[in-house]
Design a protein around this ligand. Sequence first.
Ligand code: PLP
Length: 410
Amino acid sequence: MSVKSDTALEQELAPRSSFPILSRSVYGRPLVYLDNGATTQKPQCVIDAITDEYLNVNANVHRGVHYLSQEATRLYEEARATVQAFIHARSTAEIVFTRGTTESINLVAASFGEAFMREGDEVIVTEMEHHSNIVPWQLLQARKGIVIRVCPITDEGRLNLEALSQLFTPKTRLLACTHVSNVLGTVNPVQDIIRMAHAHDVPVLIDAAQSVPHMAADVQALDCDFLAFSGHKVYGPTGIGVLYGKEQWLEKMPPYMGGGEMIGKVSFEHTTFNVLPYKFEAGTPDYVAATALARALDFVSGIGFEAIEAHEHALTVYAREQLSQIPGMRFFGPSDDAVISFLVGNIHHLDLGTLLDRLGIAVRTGHHCAEPLMHRLGIEGTVRASFALYNTKEEVDALVQGIDRVRKMF
Ligand code: PLP
């Protein structure tokens, strides 16, 4: 599989022109956007979906008998069905709209934690987690006295599965683990991990923030108990995300927030709760973002993960090869997926990122919301280039030339 040039990409994958922002310039130079792990750019169809809903449909969902409310409700529920099909969930009752991965994980920590965890009970996370899969468990620890156990990583940046197998105890209640590391680009063998956890009767939450944009997700084939992802990382709008949960768990979990729409009947003496998934959707949801997320998922499905994976994989391999020619280049992690973290010589990651920015190249610098991982690696931060379906070989070349230019300044 060769790496696509701009022209081939235009013809075979997704027209870059579908993403209007990619044709802008910064500091008078063409934008090279390589910060897709943080957020992806939006295709015109997503932007149109937002505009169209505010122009023609806008009304609160599930609350009105009037025409617009009915139509907005239909779009919102169709969006839920699109998500269900996209991740192969059994039913729409298992699809809860949230604000993003962070809120999805907080929901599970608070609600699953409330129902199923007591003082001394244990949750397993890993050394490569994003803060959003660490801090919610620490909040639960402060509230209920649970214990957080951490699976170490190897020097290559992979999970130490042998060590993981030793972490299960009769008190383990949940394993919460990222599918793809946002720093190392490691694709974790989540299927094996889920099998291992289930053999101990332990349910599993998968943080799929960095996997859903890059590879097909099938929650039934995986047999995960929960899966969380963010719309904005998969070409959708900000402010919308998804929590998938097996019905058998969600049914038994208490509401996360109270308010409108999550109730059955309310009196000052007693309140009953709505059915799934509405029990977990208190207040007016971002129904416009939900519709636009569905358009983003349609867009991705229209291209297909076979083509996306092949393109992104070839691009990542090419980038690693080219970057490795740069004197002083140090990589962190295996970059199985579309993420490359590195440092060059003694150049501070922030200096490198800032100077690349002046060349029009957007990369991420810092600890990437994974400070415990930085401690493990013995560094303060890295520069991270992360790719999306619209990135090209020419952009990788621009990155390599940019780094070389910065290197020569030091
Ligand atoms: N988990 C991982 C692995 C991530 O990379 C991120 C964001 O970078 C998150 C969780 C949090 O996502 P959000 O900020 O969209 O909630």
